[in-house]
Design a protein around this ligand. Sequence first.
Ligand code: MN
Length: 263
Amino acid sequence: MNQQLLSRLAGALTSGQVRVIDLTNTLSPEFPVIVLPPEFGQCMTFRMEEVSRYNENGPAWYWNNISMNEHTGTHFDAPAHWVTGKDLPSNTVDAIPAQNFVAPVVVIDISTESAADADFVVTREFLENWEEKNGPIPLRHWIALRTDWYKRVGTPEYLNLQEDGAHSPGPDAGAVEFMVHERDCLGLAVETVGTDAGQAFHFNPPLPAHSILHGNNRFGLQCLTNLDKLPTFGAIIVACPLKIEGGSGSPLRVIALVDGEDA
Ligand code: MN
């Protein structure tokens, strides 16, 4: 039975009936990383140093040494990333069961609201209204917030730093509690640099997405692109973090499988 199912998927992939959408930003030294208040340690940008390129250091081969933070570029947050998840079992990227790395996604479009208000906050009430129009958020899905924020990459409006910190949309505590406890989400997937809003240091509790998601063994995906290319329901996300021993997160390539009719 399973073999028949996968055979059909294989046929759909080769015929183009199922398409693959890249949800990943390109890793480069220019790609911005989250900026914390200055009293805290900071996230490192991507660095790349050539070892050889068909030259005296390696006449027939090209390769680079690379370094970065676990949370640089398009990346995955493991539960151990947050103090609320520090004692959970299998809470690091090397220990998370691989079954979680292939999962369906529901896309909630807040691009209009986010364009009108960079500090747009998703509340439980907003999600309940969304469900009335679109249908229930299915259980055990990635919940993706489409903001179209990826279109700001390469401009200062991506981080959107002002004197009082970053300004970008995100959920409040009530919304995250709803996603986790009533919709059993696998995690929260966003185009912004963090699962929390830019001003979420001032929320109650501070950084509610990180605090509540990771405290309940859920995951985060950040700095995604192309969420506007996905259907509201029915896409599958493949997101496999690097198997870093004890790692709190990892840069990764994220792809989505969509029905050809939806792409
Ligand atoms: Mn992160």
